[in-house]
Design a protein around this ligand. Structure first.
Ligand SMILES: Cc1cc2nc3c(=O)[nH]c(=O)nc-3n(C[C@H](O)[C@H](O)[C@H](O)COP(=O)(O)O)c2cc1C
Length: 210
């Protein structure tokens, strides 16, 4: 299947059948998220993979009682940094130096620029920026899931504070941004599965400036 065919196959599953997704597929989906580009390469988020059914049961009522939360195989929780601290920024710059095996003056100057910029900002503003980066990885995971013929529901309908509490995210300096249940569609109970995809026409989306 070509990429566009897979993206047409993908839809926001409303009902899942509880079937387990194999761990090798999950690993490839997570690897796609890990490979996502992020602003300054900071990867300012973490991904929690909820396999535990009791934890899913706790999350369901604070996620509009959406059945996919408990009927999915793996529930991915994308949690963004609550703030950009010097430690977090330095960690990624040091990791770059370690992996590449050299220090570069331009890169070190860039580090100092970010250290002078992000930590002084309002944490809320930094969280919003970090969340945007988490969404990039979330989209990569969504596409990778389609590539693996795994169904997914992009899911923003939840109470972030409650999910943070259930998973203990605030203590880790994280806040939940978006959820991604992964599993397999339950076709006989899903009102959306056979409906046509609705997208605005290309001309309402794209403006070409010659
Ligand atoms: C960030 C985001 C959050 C969403 N939240 C929910 C949600 O909480 N529950 C739900 O059933 N669908 C949710 N959706 C699914 C969208 O309604 C759906 O993607 C859109 O209508 C397009 O349909 P399609 O994904 O089936 O092509 C969300 C989608 C995105 C991208």
């Amino acid at each position: 299947m070509e990429l566009l065919e897979k993206l047409n196959w993908r839809y926001a599953a409303k009902a899942m059948n509880g079937e387990k997704v194999s761990e090798d597929k999950i690993e490839r989906i997570l690897e796609a998220a890990r490979l996502a580009p992020t602003s300054s390469g900071l990867q300012p988020f973490e991904i929690f993979v909820v396999k535990n059914q009791e934890v899913k049961e706790q999350i369901k009522p604070v996620a509009w009682n959406q059945s996919v939360i408990t009927d999915c195989s793996h529930l991915l929780v994308f949690a963004a940094w609550d703030h950009y601290t010097p430690e977090r920024i330095n960690y990624m710059f040091d990791l770059t130096n370690e992996i590449r095996g050299f220090k570069n003056e331009g890169w070190e100057n860039y580090r100092q620029m970010l250290l002078g910029m992000y930590p002084t900002k309002d944490p809320e503003e930094n969280f919003i920026h970090a969340s945007k980066q988490a969404y990039i990885a979330f989209t990569e995971a969504l596409t990778a899931a389609a590539f693996e013929a795994v169904d997914a529901t992009p899911l923003e309908g939840f109470e972030p504070d409650a999910v943070d509490e259930i998973l203990g995210l605030r203590e880790k300096g994280l806040r939940s941004a978006v959820l991604l249940p992964l599993g397999y569609r339950k076709t006989n109970e899903d009102w959306l599965v056979n409906l046509q995809k609705v997208r605005k026409p290309m001309e309402d989306l794209v403006t070409v400036i010659e």
